[in-house]
Ligand binder design. Structure first.
Ligand code: ADP
Ligand code: MG
Length: 684
């Protein structure tokens, strides 16, 4: 059974706070924090064989005393190491304590990156092992977790180990029969082996089982919910209204045929006999928002309430602003619209709750806060979730488990091939927006190395002078904050120093308070900020059509699908837009991968090419779909597992339609707890 992390040995208040800051509250959360990747501890290589830019393990004798320089910004600790084939300088940032760790003449194993500094190769900031310790590790795979300030890798490993040793932490959720039929590993084995695999084969088995569970729980929850909504007649009295047609005519653009079709489909659903549960799939920029807005307005004009949920506060605020604008332009300002996020103050919230409860608020836009217990609706007829993957079953149940459940509309930009979508979403109705607005000019792409940075800045300046705006994306620094100085704030500082003074550079990252984020986004939307340096916070949904340049630093660190999402932030207006992918390493494979996205603007094509290049056995590559999806399972890479899970779901439900039999007790509990292995990975 899961326990608070605080009860684990070695977890004090400080560690507890750190863990909570990354969403880990219980032992179960800990074991569900799956490794980001694995480190292979291979046999040491010879000094003469090392090349710039790669990570190596070297077995070296320390030739010199440990020297600590005090000159620059960071103290640098240096030794010279050697084996039979040559010598190499080894340096660490800070790490003065090494003076008492490394002995001149001693042998150690070092593992780290070789870089070229002032014409010489050096080993930079390596891990250090005693010969014995390394021998114990040799040829194993060690987990690498997404790290956060204050939590070290060693600590994380210790904590996960401690959590795994808890009794009955993970009871089996499927019967032996199903396990045998689909040749699945045991759940306990899988969870342990995904953290600490003995070898690659064990890792593959473990991964398969966990992906299976994620898919299974997902599919079961969709099917169970779908059944529930099918059996409920549409008791919201909704009639078509002329106003929606008028709004469409008043738009500054013409809806695409695809948009028109999908909108009329939704209108028919909402005015029909049974509840709507519909998924809209459309690539970034295909124009999903306006359709959601029309649906909400239809509901509101019939006197009911509509809720629109967004995954981030920034996006919720943006939807709120555009909805208000749309209503104003169409003389509908009396349809009261409210914004409810975690950021709303207690008194604001009280007021909003009151308006929701009385039915005065007709359109309610917000984040998860929309479905918290205290949020009571008078007459909720429609729920729209934008970029749905972030919403778990639990939250959906909160909405659907009411006397008079609402229509549900889900919007997603994740390119899932139709055949797989049908397996995944079962009988959920699916609409595809397969047509881009006409005014779009294809984005021009360039993959460049870091030496072209200056030129890229010049290009940004030129675009700004022509009245446009730009995004610059830095990856979140995870592994070693000292070495990777390209973190957002520093980066913005540097950028400011090379930009002309009148070009305002803004900063946006996940650690900022929502108020601050909203302020920055507002200023970017209004054009006060010309260049926005950001982490992937802007990945989802942000819409500033005047932005025409997207420059992505360390593009190699992102999955292609994620790069495609990021790129989708530009090319949203009628001006030519550009995307610059800066490749931070010199790896040829990486370059090939990036060229794929450089050549195509089609999300589907990119996702399938990416898969082809890596092959389904590639467990170590960058995740296909960024963090929008499941924790482990990947719709493309694991499409076979997906099919298996769908079959198993049918087996289970045909035997036990309501999951009421004792043998399915744990499965039912797991479903109601999280909906999926990971907490919030499901749809609808
Ligand atoms: P997404 O599908 O990625 O959510 P949005 O709904 O945010 O895309 O739309 C992107 C941009 O395209 C917005 O600025 C929107 O106003 C505009 N837009 C939507 N539909 C059309 C259309 N048919 N023609 C031109 N522009 C459109
Ligand atoms: Mg969107």
């Amino acid at each position: 059974m899961e326990r608070p992390v605080r009860e684990l040995k070695g977890v004090g208040e400080k560690t507890q706070k750190l863990l909570e800051s990354i969403g880990i509250y219980t032992t179960g959360d800990l074991v569900r924090l799956y490794p980001r990747t694995y480190r292979e501890y291979g046999s040491p290589v010879s000094v003469k064989d090392v090349k710039e830019g790669e990570t190596y393990t070297l077995r070296l004798r320390v030739l010199t005393n440990v020297y600590v320089s005090q000159g620059g910004k960071l103290p640098v600790t240096t030794i010279t190491g050697a084996d039979d084939t040559g010598r190499i300088p080894v340096i660490w940032y800070r790490a003065q304590y090494l003076r008492s760790v490394l002995k001149k003449g001693g042998f150690y194993v070092f593992r780290g990156r070789v870089v070229l500094k002032r014409g010489r190769l050096q080993l930079e900031h390596p891990e250090i092992f005693s010969l014995d310790d390394y021998q114990a590790l040799e040829n194993t795979l060690r987990p690498v977790y997404p790290l956060h300030k204050g939590l070290t890798e060693k600590q994380m490993i210790k904590l996960v180990k401690a959590a795994l040793s808890e009794k009955d932490l993970l009871p089996e959720i499927i019967t032996e029969e199903i396990r045998d039929r689909y040749q699945l590993a045991e759940r306990n084995f899988a969870v342990e082996a995904i953290h600490f695999p003995g070898d690659k084969e064990a890792l593959i088995k473990a991964r398969t089982r966990i992906a299976f569970d994620e898919f299974l729980l997902f599919i079961l929850s969709v099917r169970l919910l779908k059944e529930r909504s099918d059996s409920v007649p549409n008791s919201h009295n909704i009639k078509p209204v002329w106003k929606t047609e008028e709004i469409i005519e008043n738009l500054p653009y013409q809806l695409t045929n695809a948009q028109m079709n999908v909108w009329h489909q939704i209108e028919r659903d909402m005015t029909g006999h049974s509840l709507m549960s519909r998924l809209i799939q459309g690539d970034v920029g295909s124009g999903k928002t306006i359709i959601a807005f029309l649906a909400a307005i239809l509901s509101a004009m019939n006197g009911h309430q509509a809720a629109i949920m967004a995954p981030t506060e920034v996006l919720a605020k943006q939807h709120f602003d555009s909805m208000q604008r749309l209503l104003e332009q169409n003389g509908l300002s009396d349809l009261s619209t409210v914004l409810l996020t975690g950021q709303s103050t207690a008194s604001e919230r009280r007021k909003i709750y009151a308006e929701m409860g009385s039915g005065e608020a007709k359109i309610i836009i917000g984040t998860h806060a929309l479905i918290q217990e205290k949020a009571q609706y008078k007459d909720l007829a429609l729920v729209v979730t934008d970029e749905q993957h972030r919403f778990g079953v639990k939250q959906r149940e909160a909405l659907l488990d009411r006397e008079n459940p609402p229509h549900v509309l889900v919007m997603s930009a994740t390119p899932v091939p139709r055949t797989l979508a049908i397996i995944l979403y079962g009988d959920l109705d699916i609409s595809v927006l397969d047509e881009m607005p006409q005014n779009r000019i294809p984005i021009k792409n360039a993959v460049v190395d870091t030496q072209r940075r200056t030129q890229s800045y010049a290009f940004i300046i030129k675009q700004v002078r022509e009245g446009h705006q730009a995004y610059v994306i830095c990856p979140m620094v995870e592994e070693n904050e000292e070495i990777e100085a390209e973190n957002v704030t520093d980066y913005a500082e540097e950028l400011r120093s090379v930009m002309p003074e009148d070009i305002t550079v803004g900063v946006l990252h996940g650690k900022m308070k929502s108020k601050e984020k909203n302020r920055v986004m507002d200023e970017f939307s209004s054009g006060n900020i010309k260049v926005l340096v950001s982490t992937t916070v802007v990945e989802v949904g942000i819409n500033v059509p005047n932005a025409t340049v997207m420059m992505i630093e360390n593009a190699e660190r992102f999955g292609l699908a994620q790069l495609h999402q990021l790129r989708g932030r530009v090319g949203r207006g009628d001006a030519q837009s550009y995307c610059i992918f800066v490749q931070g390493n010199k790896d040829d494979e990486t370059n090939k991968r990036l060229q794929v996205i450089g050549r195509s603007n089609d999300g589907f094509f990119i996702a399938s090419e990416d898969l082809k290049m890596r092959g389904p056995g590639d467990l170590f590559g960058v995740r296909q779909s960024g963090d929008l999806d499941f924790h482990v399972a990947d719709i493309f890479r694991d499409s076979d597992v997906l099919k298996t899970a769908a079959e198993a779901a049918s087996d289970i439900l045909s035997m036990d339609p309501g999951l009421a039999l004792p043998q399915n007790k744990m499965l039912r509990e797991e479903l109601s707890k999280y909906g999926a292995y990971g907490s919030e990975s499901t749809v609808l």
